[in-house]
Design a protein around this ligand. Structure first.
Ligand SMILES: Nc1nc2c(c(=O)[nH]1)N=C([C@H](O)[C@H](O)COP(=O)(O)OP(=O)(O)OP(=O)(O)O)CN2
Ligand SMILES: [Zn+2]
Length: 118
């Protein structure tokens, strides 16, 4: 069974490794959407794979580190592409959410990166 929980945060960033002429080299912001997908068996007693409240409890502090910050200032996010943000989130929560199967980070409704682990 797969379950997915979505979160949103607002943040600024710039991409330091794109060419000078690339508009994303300049500081700008996004309304990010993060989807956490978990996969596993349904517990017959609870009817849950994992309680969404537990996911929220684990991811909440990480979300707080991202929301309304400049992502480039966060250790490990010096090059805050959607790809790097999804991997960074995975590393922060995978130990506490062993059933985590994918982290998807949307920069816009049309552009996203999905990390499935190594
Ligand atoms: N593979 C990636 N490519 C790009 C990334 C990324 O993280 N991974 N990021 C960017 C910039 O962050 C850029 O800001 C993307 O957003 P935006 O320019 O707003 O995207 P749109 O093209 O959808 O903007 P419109 O104004 O709607 O055209 C670039 N590339
Ligand atoms: Zn951007």
């Amino acid at each position: 069974m797969r379950i997915t929980q979505a979160f949103t945060f607002e943040a600024a960033h710039r991409l330091p490794h794109v060419p000078e002429t690339h508009r994303c080299r300049r500081l700008h912001g996004h309304s990010y959407r993060v989807e956490l997908r978990l996969e596993g068996a349904v517990n017959p007693e609870t009817g849950f794979v994992v309680d969404f409240f537990d996911v929220e409890h684990i991811f909440g502090p990480v979300l707080k580190q991202l929301d309304h910050y400049c992502l480039n200032d966060i250790p490990g996010l010096e090059n805050p592409t959607a790809e790097n943000i999804s991997q960074w989130i995975w590393r922060k929560i995978k130990n506490d959410l062993p059933l985590l199967a994918a982290v998807t980070v949307y920069e816009t409704p049309h552009c996203w990166a999905e990390y499935l682990g190594d």
